[in-house]
Design a protein around this ligand. Structure first.
Ligand code: OGA
Ligand code: NI
Length: 313
């Protein structure tokens, strides 16, 4: 029997400095080990999460033409609909058996960065579903606030001022992603999401009760990240791993839906401002040599996203 992922209670985060330190130590230990943990008492209302799952079901039930009308290639800026098989997170395994819908920072049509054609600045595209937009944007805000609280714990654990990351996430490239994995047909285990590491700083994942997320530990062993009601699965992404000079680990994970039920999950990828410089945190560089040169966050994310999209035939 393999030890499951740690479960971290975030309630003490609101108990002042001592609480922050306690949570930071737990989060830091998880980030240096498996890079995955559950959070409970995270402050996002269960009713809000349920509402987004309901909107997700309504969205994916739309006719394919309605979803295609807001396809990611047409919308741009990493926003819009991704069809089944279109993305391959582990390219040798072929296209992922999932479909997705991405929402980014919601911009006004006259946003100066949008007008200037800055990377990852685009208008969100919305399906014709009353209430959908409001529900997703409210949830985007809740996840952003939770990600900011967790970043304070990272900073504290890394010996930085708690607000170290705050100015790097003012207008982030964060992406809210609805995901649907078709039911298994029993003929073999379709890869829902090929083995991959996430690209950003951290991911907040809400899942239904179907299961199928698997995490590879440092030992190489794969373990199931079983659904835990009311919890988010949190994992470190490659951008934070790079920022910490590999002190925090971004671990490979995958989704295999072995169930006869379709599976829904909701991911929030917390990526920094496009112009944030991702450079090794000095306290993480023990021998004076950073493993990676500094990079602009937008360049890093673009490079990673481009590698996972199957070119149109
Ligand atoms: C991802 C991911 C897991 C899930 O989208 O990067 O790992 O359970 N998703 O959908
Ligand atoms: Ni992932």
């Amino acid at each position: 029997m393999t030890a499951a992922l740690p479960i971290i209670d975030l309630a003490p985060l609101d108990d002042g400095d001592a609480g922050l330190r306690r949570v930071a130590a737990e989060i830091g230990a998880a980030c240096r080990d498996v890079g995955f943990f559950y959070v409970v008492n995270h402050g996002v209302a269960a009713s809000q999460i349920e509402q987004v799952f309901a909107e997700s079901r309504r969205f994916f039930a739309l006719p394919l033409a309605a979803k295609r009308a807001i396809a990611i290639d047409a919308v741009g800026g990493n926003r819009g609909y991704v069809a089944l098989g279109r993305e391959a997170l582990d390219p040798p395994q072929g296209g992922d058996q999932k479909e997705a819908f991405n929402v980014g920072l919601d911009l006004a049509p006259d946003d100066p960065e949008l007008l200037a054609g800055k990377p990852f600045r685009a208008l969100n595209a919305w399906p014709d579903l009353p209430g959908f937009r409001a529900a997703l944007l409210a949830y985007y805000g809740s996840c952003g606030a939770l990600a900011a609280r967790i970043h304070r714990a990272f900073a504290c654990d890394l010996g930085l001022p708690p607000d170290f990351f705050a100015d790097k996430f003012v207008r982030p490239m964060a992406t809210l992603r609805l995901l649907r994995y078709p039911a298994s047909d029993g003929a073999g285990d379709a890869i829902g999401a090929g083995a991959h590491t996430d690209y950003g700083n951290l991911t907040l994942l809400a899942t239904d009760d179907v299961g199928g997320l698997e995490v590879r530990k440092r030992s190489g062993e794969w373990i199931a990240a079983a659904p835990l009601a009311g919890a988010f699965v949190v994992n470190i992404g490659d951008c934070l791993m790079r920022w910490t000079n590999d002190i925090y680990v971004s671990n490979p994970h995958r989704v295999v839906n072995r169930s006869a039920r379709e599976r829904y999950s909701i991911a929030f990828f917390s990526d920094p401002n496009p112009d944030a410089e991702v450079a090794a945190i000095p306290a993480c560089v023990a021998d004076g040599a950073a493993k990676y040169p500094p990079i602009r966050a937008a360049d890093y994310l673009k490079r990673r996203l481009d590698a996972s999209v199957i070119a149109p035939a």
